[in-house]
Design a protein around this ligand. Structure first.
Ligand code: B12
Ligand code: SF4
Ligand code: SF4
Length: 350
């Protein structure tokens, strides 16, 4: 049996070598979020994301992920940064996390490498389950318990050095390793995110009402966006970074992973095209243009019709007569959701 401290040191080394900026170990029975999560669901803050409400007690206990109950289970929590480099290329219509390669794939691959090396070192009955947004668990909660950062008022996990442009991954393992503890919440009296949120989605207790969140509306909401929430969508076509952009902890952070942050990653011309696409261009996209622009990107979660809907709303928020004929064409789109958004955008020109 290898010494648990040695295994932990090995995990830290492997994580750093794989490009993760933070790593820590959380106990499997991390409990603190259960009550908040219950409140989130009871208030319907999950909107149409019914998958989030499925088996809520499972989401609060990762032990079942390894198949059979096991006492010696802990969670390796990892964070990769996608913080922009100083010049921050991109037009701001696509959320930063989706401007490069799909993080599910990038982080998943890195985790598989860590698991393979761990398995060689530990041997025996070693079992592991990798999660990158792919399992019903509270990733921020676990990351906070592992000391990767604190959960800010904007709901995001923040590290004092790397800020909150972090994507999380976990490896649940049947090992008893020395666990880490939480770090102090350093939001203090700051309320910048709460005040900057265009739709009032951030509640006083730091919980985000998804139904009002532009990220939810542009990515997860599959129907018409309620009229009262169209102005707050501004020029955003996929996701929203406002509550992170105003956060003082995201000022002067080291540039993140070029592979994930995207546009200036030379080979990825597809990503550059996506990051710089304007709503005026997007409403003119055929399905094949959307397919090419989003291939290999996490932006693909919003389907073609949603890109059209969101871009039409962005144009309604900044009307330009030059887009009128393209919007009129879209107003005849076979999807009633797209057609309605385009008709609304045309009305904003009057
Ligand atoms: C559903 C979801 C969304 C929904 C709902 C967001 C929400 N606030 O819940 C929508 C579509 C709106 C969304 C948006 C975004 N998301 Co999202 N999302 C998720 C997902 C899949 C589940 C989150 C969830 O369970 N929500 C329910 C709430 C109640 O749970 P929770 O947010 O985890 O909060 C718990 C803890 O944080 C804790 N908690 C919160 N505050 C406090 C305070 C204290 C003191 C304590 C003790 C605990 C505590 O209690 C909560 C309940 O247990 C996770 C991946 C995952 N499986 O965890 C990614 C995830 C949270 N999203 C992520 C990202 C990047 C985003 C966006 C930035 C994307 C964008 N640019 O558009 C925005 C940010 C919006 C925001 N301000 O929260 C990252 C966050 C990384 C980070 N640094 O925090 C995650 C972790 C994905 C990943 N693998 O990296 N997302
Ligand atoms: S992502 Fe945008 S809309 Fe959602 S809470 Fe943050 S600022 Fe508000
Ligand atoms: S903007 Fe201020 S309150 Fe909001 S998460 Fe950042 S430090 Fe916390």
């Amino acid at each position: 049996m290898v010494d648990p401290s040695e295994i932990k040191a090995m995990i830290v080394r492997l994580a750093n070598e794989s490009g993760f900026v933070r790593v820590g170990i959380a106990p499997a029975d991390t409990p603190a979020g259960g009550e908040r999560f219950g409140r989130f669901l009871a208030l319907d803050y999950h909107g149409q994301m019914s998958w989030l409400a499925k088996e809520p007690q499972r989401r609060c206990d990762v032990r079942s992920l390894l198949g059979e109950p096991d006492d010696g289970v802990c969670v390796i929590c990892l964070a990769a940064s996608y913080a922009p480099s100083g010049d921050d290329a991109g037009a701001g219509h696509i959320a930063r996390y989706a401007r490069g390669r799909d993080y599910h794939r990038v982080l998943g691959k890195r985790c598989r490498k860590i698991v393979a090396e761990l398995s060689d070192a530990v041997g025996g009955n070693f079992r592991a389950r990798i999660c990158v947004d792919t399992a019903p668990i509270l990733e921020r909660e676990l990351a906070a318990a592992a000391g990767l950062g604190w959960i800010g008022r904007n709901g995001c996990l923040i590290d004092a050095k790397f800020g909150s442009y972090l994507l999380l991954a976990e490896i649940v393992v049947n090992l008893s390793l020395p666990v880490d503890g939480p770090v102090k919440n350093r939001c203090g009296s700051c309320r910048a995110c709460l005040e900057a949120c265009p739709s009032g989605a951030i509640q006083d207790d730091g919980m985000v009402d998804s139904r009002r969140c532009v990220s939810y509306l542009t990515i997860e909401h599959r129907q018409s966006i309620p009229e009262s929430l169209r102005r707050p969508c501004g020029q955003r076509v996929f996701g929203c970074d406002i509550c992170q952009e105003v956060c003082p902890y995201n000022r002067d952070v080291p540039a993140g992973d070029a592979e994930i942050r995207g546009p200036d990653f030379g080979e990825l011309s597809r990503a550059a095209a996506l990051a710089s696409a304007t709503p005026a261009e997007i409403i003119r996209w055929e399905w094949s243009d959307w397919d090419r622009a989003t291939r290999g990107s996490s932006a693909r979660r919003a389907k073609y019709e949603m890109f059209l809907r969101n871009a039409a709303i962005a144009l309604g928020n900044a009307p330009d007569p030059a887009d009128r004929s393209a919007l009129e064409r879209l107003a005849r789109h076979e999807s009633p959701i797209v057609a309605e958004a385009a008709t609304w955008a045309i009305k904003q020109m009057i």
